[in-house]
Design a protein around this ligand. Structure first.
Ligand SMILES: Nc1nc2c(c(=O)[nH]1)N[C@H]1C(S)=C(S)[C@@H](COP(=O)(O)OP(=O)(O)OC[C@H]3O[C@@H](n4cnc5c(=O)[nH]c(N)nc54)[C@H](O)[C@@H]3O)O[C@H]1N2
Ligand SMILES: Nc1nc2c(c(=O)[nH]1)N[C@H]1C(S)=C(S)[C@@H](COP(=O)(O)OP(=O)(O)OC[C@H]3O[C@@H](n4cnc5c(=O)[nH]c(N)nc54)[C@H](O)[C@@H]3O)O[C@H]1N2
Ligand code: SF4
Ligand SMILES: [Mo]
Length: 736
């Protein structure tokens, strides 16, 4: 089987015939025939573009390939997302291809040690281990945890093979840590998981409200687009910290952590009181407004300012700005999604857009920004939390539809929903989950309260990890390790935050015996004996075609794209929905331009609830609130990929720093550079202090990239989305 669905010679040679093909160089060194021109052979350089494999912005990168090796990466100049820009991670995207330390062979734990084995042995071991656990403890005792970082086609194949082929019931993704809240909020309000915007909205708004989103660090190219907005917009940043993003704000609302829900109810009340709302839009396109208005009436300025810590003037000033806006866009990310009341908070943002009619027009929207390169792909096409394309696995008609389209028996499709990530972990504790297969995620670093998780993973009978690297915090605990190909080593698509589907290409041979995740899933299916179920899933291109069929008539319809070939031809990506027959890539697609939503009555809903307090509050012993998040544009999550680039390492801090306010530092007698212990009810971490007014007194901030951070975090979850609340834990900081 070839690793390359696309043979290298077929790469788009954009540069045409190169003069360096037979470059003539002058040998200038003494002793050589002076001035003689000799021909030097270089292989032709071809250039192919591929959507970046880090964040959800979805920039396109041009990979220059010579002698079947990538030699350079530069941002694509003609791609509508990034127009020739990239952040440091994009410029360093070649690191995983060239860095030492990539896993090159499957590993099996024997006598306590991981030892190299062949793929035949690895597949046999995988299947016999899963079968043994399932035979002893039931089909649902072996679960999987997947990712927003593999191509859509691989996600789809995994969801199909694991659930329809191997009979697994419980499978979730790291997108639970990230996007689950937005998914739940949109579904309840719009009837479908449907972020409505296009990036041009950053440039077309006259008021931009960013909530819990540090765009400058986490989505630098979106931030660049916001800075290109020619309308001199009001930029309102709602974040407890004075972030890099807040530096360009016209108004920074430094709210108390987790007070956003109250804030937005208060803003709604004021807008209604001032009649700064769109009554016609509300009447024609929404339901439940009267109840909403009655509910928010209690949130007067006194109550809001007490909860948020804002002074009345800045609070009312922000409302003036929103009320005066003609094109107001609301954007949110993890400051909202990761909270104990995250879903209702996101819905309070959606409510503001609805009641002011700021949706479905240029420069507007209630816009959740996704995180990982393919978080959007996982939301609709991974077959984990929902059945393909937003279908419901408990609905027999939906199961039959899917079975008919992919040509299998509907009985093979589980009729119960999967447990969420935290329920799978809880299932391990209770002995119900005995085996776990982890693909392209590193929970032993990233999961909340992971000190506990390490003990939990130890209880498993079998842990299988599939990753680029065998030395991640999770991989070193595995019983079986499967080495995977990474970005630009495989074919497929990613879907970015604005729903743009872009191509990812195989431009580099993965090291050693590493295989694409696609090949690994296929290999498992063959050895398991369910290969014949997936004959139509032979290549990533064929899987894309199947997904297009599955999407036909659904809100995320992609049947009109023309498959991988169509995407290759348009070369600028296509935003969903793209039903048959209307392909026009010049158009930036927004949802809800006609005011019709995906609910049964086509009206958007107002959903609300009384705010609740965070489960872990500051106390005498732990008087500070710990916020966590992205620390630098130059590092990605658990740093397995970016940590190996000397360039990126040089762009970030060398040590772990805890940001602390001058008053808190003074009270503890510490100054910048001092070593301190940050302690929570669950553990302690040593860090250096960075004294900065960017954090409020009573709060501290730690970047998530250090492997120790989640020893500290308090396990709280939103009850509807089950997303972890990474951004509110009580800690103490003391000099050591
Ligand atoms: N460089 C880099 N970029 C990345 C990533 C990376 O690892 N590195 N990861 C990607 C992924 S997967 C994701 S999900 C995104 C995340 O992107 P963001 O959500 O923008 O990043 P975070 O830093 O996690 O959180 C954003 C902000 O939330 C604030 N915050 C904390 N608590 C609250 C609160 O209660 N209310 C409000 N309003 N704000 C609060 C924090 O102070 C922080 O500044 O970034 C993506 N981009
Ligand atoms: N304290 C705190 N914790 C957090 C957060 C926070 O804000 N604060 N944010 C949370 C969020 S939003 C997220 S998204 C998670 C991210 O958490 P993780 O998903 O655990 O982090 P990554 O480092 O991105 O892990 C991805 C893994 O996949 C591997 N990989 C990359 N490409 C491929 C591939 O093509 N195939 C295979 N098989 N493997 C591949 C990488 O080597 C890496 O080990 O962290 C969460 N944790
Ligand atoms: S902004 Fe995101 S998509 Fe663009 S180059 Fe950086 S990491 Fe890649
Ligand atoms: Mo994320």
């Amino acid at each position: 089987m070839s690793r390359f669905a696309l043979p290298i010679p077929q790469l788009r040679a954009r540069t045409g015939p190169r003069t360096d093909e037979l470059a003539r160089v002058r040998l200038a060194s003494a002793g050589s025939a002076r001035g003689r021109q000799i021909p030097v052979r270089h292989a032709p350089t071809s250039v192919a573009s591929s959507v970046c494999g880090f964040c959800s912005t979805g920039c396109s990168l041009d990979v220059h390939v010579r002698d079947r090796r990538p030699v350079n990466v530069v941002p694509t100049d003609v791609y509508p997302v990034n127009s020739g820009s990239a952040c440091p991670k994009g410029w360093e995207a070649m690191t995983p291809m060239s860095s030492a330390g990539r896993a090159t062979t499957p590993l099996l734990r024997r006598g306590g040690r991981l030892e190299p084995v062949s793929w035949d042995v690895a597949f046999d071991e995988f299947c016999s281990k899963v079968r043994r656990v399932q035979a002893d403890h039931g089909a649902d005792s072996f679960a999987f945890l997947s990712t927003g970082q593999i191509v859509t086609e691989e996600m789809a194949l995994l969801g199909a093979v694991a659930k329809f082929g191997l009979g697994m019931v419980h499978g979730d993704g790291n997108t639970r840590q990230c996007m689950a809240t937005a998914v739940t909020a949109y579904k309840e309000c719009f009837g479908f998981d449907a972020p409505p915007y296009t990036y041009a909205d950053f440039e077309e708004s006259d008021v931009v409200v960013l909530v819990g989103s540090n765009l400058a660090i986490a989505h630098p190219i979106m931030f660049e687009r916001l800075q290109r907005n020619p309308h001199r917009p009001e930029i309102i940043v709602v974040d407890p910290r004075a972030t890099e993003t807040a530096m360009i704000a016209t108004r920074h609302l430094a709210t108390a952590p987790k007070s956003d829900q109250t804030l937005f109810y208060g803003i709604a009340r004021e807008l209604i009181a001032r009649e700064a709302i769109d009554r016609r839009y509300i009447a024609e396109h929404t339901s439940g407004f009267e109840d909403y208005a009655a509910f928010v009436a209690d949130f007067d300025a006194g109550r809001v300012c007490a909860a948020t810590g804002l002074d009345v003037e800045s609070y009312l000033g922000a409302i003036d700005a929103i009320a005066a806006g003609k094109r107001v866009s609301f954007w949110w990310t993890m400051g909202v999604n990761q909270g104990h009341a995250a879903t209702r908070t996101a819905q309070a943002i959606i409510a503001l857009a609805l009641m002011t009619g700021n949706i479905g027009r240029p420069g507007t929207g209630a816009n959740s920004i996704t995180g990982q390169c393919n978080a959007m792909g996982s939301r609709l096409f991974s077959n984990t939390a929902s059945l393909f394309c937003g279908r419901d696995t408990t609905n027999p008609e939906h199961r039959q539809e899917v079975a008919d389209i992919i040509g299998i028996d509907a009985a093979a499709i589980p009729d119960r929903p999967s447990w969420a990530y935290d329920q799978i972990i809880e299932g391990i504790v209770k002995g119900k989950i005995r085996g776990l297969w982890v693909i392209a995620t590193n929970p032993a670093h990233s999961w909340i309260n992971h000190g506990h998780l390490h003990d939990v993973l130890e209880r498993l009978d079998v842990l299988v990890v599939q990753d680029l690297y065998a030395d991640t915090e999770t991989a070193v605990l595995s019983d079986l390790f499967l080495p995977a190909a990474g970005w630009a080593e495989k074919e497929g698509t990613f879907i970015n935050s604005e729903r743009r589907i872009g191509r990812v290409r195989a431009l580099h041979q993965p090291p050693g015996d590493a295989r694409t995740d696609f090949e690994i899933f296929q290999g498992i299916a063959e050895v398991w004996g369910c290969g014949p179920m997936f004959r139509r899933w032979r290549t990533p291109a064929k899987v894309f075609d199947l997904l297009a069929e599955l999407s036909r008539g659904r809100p995320c319809d992609i049947s009109g794209i023309g498959g991988h070939t169509g995407l290759d031809e348009v070369a600028v990506g296509v935003q969903w929905p793209q039903p048959e027959g209307s392909l026009d890539t010049a158009v930036e697609r927004r949802l809800f331009e006609d005011g019709r939503f995906f609910t049964p009555d086509q009206r958007a809903r107002f959903v609300f609830e009384e705010p609740t307090v965070a489960p872990e509050r500051a106390s005498d012993r732990y008087p500070l609130v710990l916020l966590t998040g992205r620390g630098t544009t130059a590092q990605w999550h658990t740093q397995t990929r970016t940590g190996r680039s000397p360039v990126l390492a040089a762009l970030g801090p060398e040590h772990l720093y805890v940001d602390m306010s001058p008053a808190d530092a003074e009270a503890r007698g510490v100054k910048s550079g001092d070593t301190v212990a940050v302690t929570s009810r669950r553990g302690a971490v040593e860090a250096r202090v960075f004294v900065t007014p960017s954090v409020a007194t009573g709060q501290v901030f730690l970047p998530m990239h250090d492997r120790r951070i989640n020893v500290l975090t308090a396990p709280g979850f939103d009850p509807y989305s089950r997303q972890p609340s990474y951004k509110h834990s009580a800690v103490q900081v003391a000099a050591v």
